[in-house]
Design a protein around this ligand. Structure first.
Ligand code: TYD
Ligand code: MG
Length: 477
């Protein structure tokens, strides 16, 4: 006689316990454990096989081969075809590592209202037009609502099939019948499997449905996009708990009051992570911004003090961004320090180095820093630019607008070499910067030669500096 089992699953981290506890021992959250009854099992049908059996209908008709259950020598495993499917947007293709891999499951996360449905509807429209049928499953909007949006985005889509459902079984059936070139599930929080008792959107439903869809994708070689909502805290049963299942995890980010949207790759089994694609939200949907540096710097007046241009690597692409600082005497004895777009601790360290090694009396000043365009800069290579912006505001001397600053600052006030210096300098030269302040190292000569090779040596000069103090002398002289 098969026995039905229950488990207590944390709604925050997905950890499973055998008994109810007030506090989840895995993540420490209070009152998040919920009872979930697992489907009945018997010795003859252990859990993974049962899941597979559920799938076979969908997978077999989709022309898939069953996954082998015995170990296979690596040499006999058939390699996936290297053909990648372009999503129709070069910015997104780059974040995906060169396009979609057949049978991959990509999770697209982001706050509600940021533009996830818009982006994936545009991608669906593009693939339906160029490649083949696309199945767009929506549990949030009716087909009529999606139609309205599609009209606004000017997607006609003969081969774009809409399905407004929340049932996993219905979705799998539709995939098996249609054999589409792409499946989009909007959003995973609305999908539920009827054999599970927990509510849609709960962690066990979300996880189970994702695993199930993953197997469908893998066995039928159909690429899939799954949309997941995250709240500001990332606490809702959502993308955070699914990151380890999906092949790729992309986050669509942006400030509510900026029109820019950044598509950031945080996990990619088929390419580099930390790639960033830049889009802009218009009345007619999202449009690519192929050269974001030029766009952001077009608003760079370069006239005021406290502004510096840094070159940050976002994945494989260098990005030129303006950093601003404002240093004012502090009124209440306690100096304030606000970092926008830069890590707070990094800013404190730079302030300490500027005080101790360069001799700026910043102790009784408020310091505000900001990265223009809503970007977050995480790389140490932007240290020099941030420090120079602060020094520029403090001394009220402007940094020449044709100077780009690159370099990491060490605790003894030295400038440390950064990765991909040549690429950064070339990008700055291409955008019309006449001079680049870089850390002095053996690499400077090589970078100069690279510039010469690219025919940019005339336009841009590389100025090496060994310490922050020397660099500031040059930038603010
Ligand atoms: P949506 O894709 O519905 O967000 P999500 O799926 O992430 O919740 O996008 C919603 C926002 O995008 C909404 O505030 C309106 C805006 N928007 C435009 O500005 N232009 C457009 O063409 C579209 C379709 C949406
Ligand atoms: Mg949506």
């Amino acid at each position: 006689m098969p026995k039905s089992r229950t488990r207590f699953v944390c709604q925050q981290c997905g950890g499973e316990q055998t008994k109810w506890l007030g506090r989840c021992p895995d993540c420490g959250a209070w009152n998040t454990l919920e009872e979930v009854s697992l489907p009945e099992t018997s010795a003859a049908a252990p859990a993974p096989q049962r899941r597979y059996a559920l799938l076979t209908g969908a997978a077999a008709t989709a022309g898939a081969s069953a996954a082998p259950t015995v170990p296979q020598p690596l040499s006999q495993v058939k390699a996936l075809s290297h053909e990648r499917l372009s999503v129709g947007y070069a910015e997104m293709d780059r974040v995906l590592g060169g396009g979609l891999v057949p049978g991959s499951l990509t999770l697209v996360g982001g706050e509600p209202g940021i533009g996830k449905s818009t982006l994936l509807l545009q991608v669906s429209g593009s693939i339906a037009e160029r490649v083949g049928p696309v199945l767009y499953v929506s549990g949030e909007e009716s087909s009529e609502q999606i139609k309205m949006r599609a009209e606004r985005l000017e997607i006609s889509g003969e081969r774009l099939y809409l399905l407004a459902t929340v049932e996993l079984e219905v979705i799998c059936e539709a995939i098996a019948r249609l054999k589409p070139a792409l499946v989009v599930v909007d959003s995973i929080q609305t999908v539920f499997a009827t054999h599970l008792t927990s509510a849609p959107g709960s962690i066990s439903q979300v996880r189970e449905c994702t695993l199930h869809l993953m197997q469908v994708a893998k066995s039928s070689h159909i690429p899939m996009f799954i949309i997941g909502h995250v709240t500001k805290e990332g606490t809702v049963a959502g993308p955070k708990a699914l990151e380890h299942i999906a092949d790729c995890v992309l986050y669509l980010e942006g400030e509510r009051y900026h029109t820019y949207r950044l598509l950031r790759g945080v996990k990619n089994r088929f390419g580099a992570t930390h790639e960033v694609g830049v889009f802009e939200m218009h009345g007619e949907g999202l449009q690519e911004v192929p050269n974001p540096s030029a766009l952001f710097l077009s608003e760079h007046p370069g006239a005021a003090s406290g502004s510096a241009v840094v070159v940050s690597m976002e994945g494989t692409r260098p990005l030129l961004v303006e950093v601003q600082a404002l240093v004012t005497p502090s009124n209440f004895g306690i100096a304030r320090c606000t970092a926008n777009g830069i890590e707070h601790n990094r800013l404190l360290m730079l302030l300490a180095v500027l005080t101790k090694r360069v001799g700026l009396a910043l102790g009784n000043h408020d310091v505000y820093t900001n990265v223009v365009g809503g970007f977050t800069l995480e790389e140490p290579a932007v240290d020099l630019g941030v420090a120079a912006a602060i020094a520029s505001s403090y001394r009220d001397r402007r940094i020449p607008p044709d100077l780009a600053l690159i370099g990491e600052v060490g605790l003894s006030g030295e400038l440390r070499p950064v990765s991909r210096l040549g690429l950064r300098v070339r990008e700055a030269a291409k955008l019309g910067f006449k001079r680049c302040l870089v850390p002095a190292s053996g690499r400077t000569e090589r970078v100069r030669r690279e510039l010469e090779g690219a025919g940019l040596a005339e336009e841009c000069r590389v100025i090496p500096a060994s310490t922050l103090a020397v660099a500031l002398e040059i930038a603010l002289h």
